[in-house]
Ligand binder design. Structure first.
Ligand code: GLV
Ligand code: MN
Ligand code: MN
Length: 422
């Protein structure tokens, strides 16, 4: 029986710390939006670590950064690990970076131990997972999975008016490879949970078996600007009031269900944005999610009906632009079982769970068997600088990733027939 390997915890945690220092502003806030200068600096650091680890570093046309280990020049479909290193605004250090750097640690550990896999291993950092600057989210992995044409994706206009393709070229990460040039044998992503379940239940490892559906829309309500002091309340066409009604309705509608639907208005802008002018325009985003496809569709339909009713009542017009729409995803049961088995063998407690967040794994699941490993988020906090996961939990998750990849890549002499879906 070959003894279990363990990743180099100090190096893994040290790199997480280093990456978390890249993209901080004068106030110390971490913001590494996709294809920004900060993203370039983060990518440069990651690419250097990949090269140090002896990986071939490749970039595709949508900027996905991939490190490949082909033991003995071996070809074939790789077992891929990864996630993203772009962040939200004022972000934490763990979202995405954990999975990328753990993937790198897995490759280094296997190389150092002489545990050659029967197929290549790849570590991917996908472009624009967060979707904060360019919509949709998970854009790089979506393109790699063939869900969006690369030309269309490159033409995406960001919230700051920039064009993704131009920004990728500017930062030096518009690569030559066609997205999807590597079709993985299997994909496994380690990620922090970003929710409260594992910590609340005192469980070390989440074996993620599915991921909820996501609907993103941008709503523009048009009313009429007028004088705040002279316009009688009955004569107003107030876009801000209409938006406020929609925002509070969304919360009540999500709450009225069985507790699984969530609804968020994360951006809201009023124009002309002046204290004494009735808002002429309200532009806001709507993020709806539910693990059940039918319930998500019903939520969207009810939202559309409500928006129309509010517009009629307030004598404003409402137009909607679709930003993202992804159905719920079921992950590969064989990999989920392999995660449970690997955690169990290390004496780590596990539970199956549904991902509330979107992840690159959901796109890779379109083209290969895929699943995810979650580790606890302290206080369930994420998309926030207070995002935190205990070092021991991060390392435990990386070691489970290692065991699963050893098995999926045929590097484990104890299970020569191991493979995705096994
Ligand atoms: C990606 O982080 C998401 O919004 O779920
Ligand atoms: Mn993430
Ligand atoms: Mn995120």
């Amino acid at each position: 029986m070959t003894p279990p390997l363990s990743i180099d915890a100090a190096r893994f945690l040290g790199r997480l710390g280093s990456l978390a220092r890249i993209g901080r502003d004068a106030q110390g806030r971490l913001t590494r939006l996709a294809a920004s200068d900060a993203d370039r600096a983060g990518r440069d650091a990651l690419a250097a670590w990949m090269r140090e680890a002896g990986l071939e570093v490749m970039v595709d046309r949508i900027g996905n950064l991939i490190g490949l280990w082909r033991p003995g020049g071996r070809d074939g479909a790789p077992v891929m690990m990864g996630s993203h290193i772009d962040t939200v605004i004022d972000a934490g250090a763990y979202d995405g970076c954990t999975g990328v750097l753990a993937g790198l640690a897995v490759v280094e550990t296997m190389r150092a131990a002489g545990r050659e896999p029967a197929r290549p291993l790849a570590v991917a950092a996908f472009t624009n997972e967060e979707g904060v600057r360019y919509a949709p989210d998970m854009l790089g992995s979506l393109v790699a999975a063939g869900g969006l044409a690369v030309e269309e994706a490159l033409a995406t206009v960001g919230t700051d008016g920039t064009i993704l393709g131009e920004e990728l070229a500017r930062i030096g990460y518009a690569g030559p490879h066609e997205p999807g040039f590597l079709r993985p044998h299997a994909y496994v992503e380690l990620h922090v949970e970003q929710g409260p379940v594992l910590e609340r239940e005192g469980i070390a490892i989440g074996a993620v078996e599915d991921l909820q559906g996501i609907s993103w829309q941008e709503v523009t309500i048009a009313g009429a600007a007028n004088h705040a002091g002279t316009t009688p309340m009955a004569m107003r066409r107030d876009a801000g009031v209409a938006a406020a009604q929609v925002v509070t309705w969304l919360r009540e509608r999500a709450r009225a269900g069985n507790g699984r639907s969530v609804a968020t208005v994360g951006r809201l802008r009023l124009e002309p944005d002046a204290i004494n002018v009735i808002p002429a325009r309200a532009v806001f985003t709507v993020d709806l999610r539910d693990p059940d496809a039918a319930r998500l569709s019903a939520l969207e339909a009810d939202f559309a009906a409500r928006l129309a009713a509010v517009a009629r009542a307030e004598q404003v017009t409402a137009t909607v632009r679709r930003l993202a729409r992804f159905d719920p995803v079921a992950f590969d049961p064989g990999i989920v079982r392999a995660i449970e088995a690997a955690a169990g063998a290390r004496g780590l407690s596990t539970r199956r769970m549904t991902s509330g967040a979107g992840h690159d794994a959901q796109m890779m699941a379109r083209i290969c068997p895929a699943a995810m490993i979650f580790v606890p988020s302290i206080g369930g906090i994420s998309h926030n600088p207070r995002e935190r996961t205990a070092d021991a939990d991060l390392v435990a998750g990386a070691n489970v990733l290692l065991d699963v990849v050893v098995r999926l890549s045929g590097a484990d002499p104890a299970s020569p027939s191991a493979g995705a879906g096994a």
